[in-house]
Design a protein around this ligand. Structure first.
Ligand code: P6P
Length: 335
């Protein structure tokens, strides 16, 4: 008898009572993200084909104007979230400012704000490497019934009520948390259904994989250099393995399953690192902590950082608890 895997829809219904706020709304939100994920997955998977078939001009196989995939993904997520009437505002890597969403009766009754990186690592599309969507969800802090404000988006990461990512890889997965652990769902493209394939995902306490762009080594702080050298020394279970896909969601996903640490340090060419706090680091840090891992800027918890602007960047170190702690030791020696 084939074990029936639970669908995402069944999982949401079963767990909506566990969500500390009104259940139905978050379910609607996750369902909106589920729908957008399927649409973007379809576009991402045919990207190469469309480029080939659409190469004759700037229109694609359907005769539509070919859009850059990250612009397409941005539009799909924003449109899908707008239609659900529970989001009062959206911030996106693709949008300079946040977007105010008026409910149909225009009285701003919607309670949630969503921040998204619609297609992280989109430059990898051209070389057929996995990419991802990252999302972060907060309850608004300004009064319901008034237009959303910037402060609704500039909340500390620890105030998130949910966060997750979609990884468009060899299979497409939706991985998310609402504060009760992390669960992974794999899309069956034939049915358009996500199935619970990775329940209760957790970072192993230790790992033997480190992910960093070593091409920037010369620009890193001495403590980070020391940690990379520590990973490379022949001692005990070291040297570790270096694995860097150039796609945060993919590196994070592999490290959560196998154990590992992802690093995007600051350097003298990127004084605050490259990754964005609000829609890359905070959601991934929320997931990491929900999965028994750690996420820091090298000195303190990512989720405790007080945001100051929508697109600010922070150094980002995230993964297996013991590996992040060892990194902190190396950095502290040079503090
Ligand atoms: P670099 C993709 O652009 C991204 O935001 C992450 O997904 C990825 O880990 C990182 O940047 C890659 O940046 O500078 O190493 O190419």
């Amino acid at each position: 008898m084939l074990k029936k895997h639970k669908t995402l829809g069944e999982f949401i219904i079963e767990n909506q009572s566990a969500f500390q706020y009104t259940s139905g709304e978050l379910s609607k939100l996750i369902n909106a993200i589920r729908l957008a994920a399927k649409v973007v997955n379809h576009e991402v998977n045919k990207a190469g084909l469309v480029d080939i078939l659409g190469a004759a001009g700037d229109t694609n196989i359907q005769g539509e104007n070919q859009q850059k995939l990250d612009v397409m993904a941005n539009e799909k997520f924003i449109q899908t979230l707008k239609n659900r009437e529970i989001v009062c505002g959206i911030a996106s890597e693709e949008e300079d400012d946040f977007i105010t969403i008026n409910s149909s009766d225009d009285n701003h009754q919607n309670k949630y704000v969503v921040l998204i990186d619609p297609l992280d690592g989109s430059s990898n599309i051209d070389v057929n490497v996995s990419v991802g969507t990252i999302f972060s969800i907060y309850r608004r802090i300004t009064p319901v019934g008034t237009p959303v404000e910037l402060k609704d988006f500039l909340q500390k990461g620890r105030e998130q009520v949910a966060a997750g990512y979609i990884v468009y890889g060899t299979s497409t997965m939706l991985v998310y948390s609402t504060g009760a652990g992390v669960n992974g769902f794999t899309l069956n493209p034939a049915l358009g259904t996500f199935y619970l394939s990775h329940p209760d995902m957790e970072f192993p306490e230790s790992g033997k994989i480190y992910s960093v762009n070593e091409g920037n080594y010369v620009h890193f702080l001495q403590g980070v250099k020391d940690y990379i050298k520590y990973c490379q020394e022949e001692e005990g279970d070291r040297p570790y393995t270096s694995r860097y896909i150039g796609s945060l969601v993919s590196d994070f996903h592999r490290n959560m399953i196998k154990g590992g640490i992802y690093m995007y340090p600051k350097s003298n060419i990127a004084e605050n690192g490259k990754l964005r706090l609000l829609y890359e680091c905070n959601p991934m840090a929320y997931l990491a902590e929900q999965a028994n891992g750690l996420a820091s800027d090298g000195f303190g918890r990512i989720l405790d950082i007080e945001p100051t602007e929508l697109h600010q960047r922070v150094p980002f170190f995230c993964g297996s608890k013991n590996m992040v702690k060892k990194l902190h030791e190396c950095i502290a020696k040079h503090a």
